[in-house]
Design a binder for this molecule. Structure first.
Ligand code: ADP
Length: 259
């Protein structure tokens, strides 16, 4: 019956095929939020309809990175409406739901409930959600994995972090849960001289790539420790939105993720 076919098609297309890409790290401060924001922008530049979810309850930094600090999402029928950002990537952050000093005291179920509100928001035509997870392997990660089934995970590590056990633990968590690891990004890899741009490698080079090989996961690329990245991030102008050499590094990573 033609009518029934039409209904079926309508139902399928309503259930938008939206994938979630979890960005995770073993420890805090390795640049997971920086990579999440810039990856989201670089994916959007490649034609994806990207939304960004800041699930880092311990340090929700996306509103600042995406230049919408102070903006609160509205709710329609108890469903949150993501906040538009200047970079074409709508955002919802734990930091928009709660005062900064409150979230850290949240118990697991509260954090899980908040994550649900962010994930089940009115994302409209968004086809890809980039999720900035808290560091480590806690409640939010477990809820993300079990309830929201990410299509894959990007692991961010510094060269030193990878030598430690933390990044491997994060990888292990996704492996055990059957979430494919898209690959590893080595951040703060080498130091970009602010004067001449030359990159020096105080911690050696190639360690993360070798570790990725050892762990059987893809190496997505390296981003140098570069003052320009820090200042641009602090100013709410993510480097991926510009056209400097930093943008190229994030573009390479986005290409690998989009594949
Ligand atoms: P995390 O989300 O892992 O806690 P952030 O993304 O918040 O880490 O980064 C921590 C700090 O390091 C921020 O001030 C950020 O601007 C800075 N940072 C991150 N990556 C780089 C980089 N490649 N070069 C310079 N500074 C960086």
């Amino acid at each position: 019956v033609p009518g029934i076919e039409t209904v079926r098609v309508a139902l399928t297309s309503q259930r938008t095929r939206r994938v979630a890409i979890a960005v995770a790290s073993g420890k805090g401060g390795v640049g997971k939020s920086t990579v999440s924001a810039n990856l989201a922008i670089a994916l959007a530049a490649r034609g994806r309809r990207v939304g960004l979810v800041d699930a880092d309850i311990y340090g929700p930094s996306q509103p600042k990175l995406m230049a919408v600090e102070g903006s609160k999402p509205t709710a329609r029928d108890k469903v949150l409406q993501p906040v538009a950002t200047p970079y074409g990537v709508p955002l919802l952050s734990m930091g928009q739901l709660v005062a900064p000093d409150q979230a850290i005291a949240w118990r697991g179920p509260m954090a899980a409930g908040a994550l649900g509100q962010l994930m089940d928001a009115n994302w409209g035509a968004t086809d890809t959600l980039v999720i900035d997870l808290p560091p480590g392997t806690g409640d939010v990660q477990l809820t993300m994995i079990q309830k929201h089934r990410p299509a894959g995970a990007v692991i961010v590590s510094t060269p030193q972090d990878l030598a430690l056990i933390d990044a491997r633990r994060a990888i292990d968590l996704f492996n055990k849960a059957g979430v494919p690891i898209i690959g590893l990004v080595e951040n703060m890899s080498g130091y970009a001289c602010p004067h001449c741009g030359e990159i020096s490698n105080p911690f050696g080079q190639g360690g993360a790539e070798a570790a990725a090989g050892e762990l059987g996961i893809a190496f997505l690329g390296r981003i140098p420790l570069d003052i320009a990245i820090r200042t641009a991030s602090d100013a709410g102008t993510p480097p991926a939105a510009g056209n400097g050499p930093e943008a190229a590094a994030f573009a390479t990573i986005a290409d690998a993720v989009a594949r």
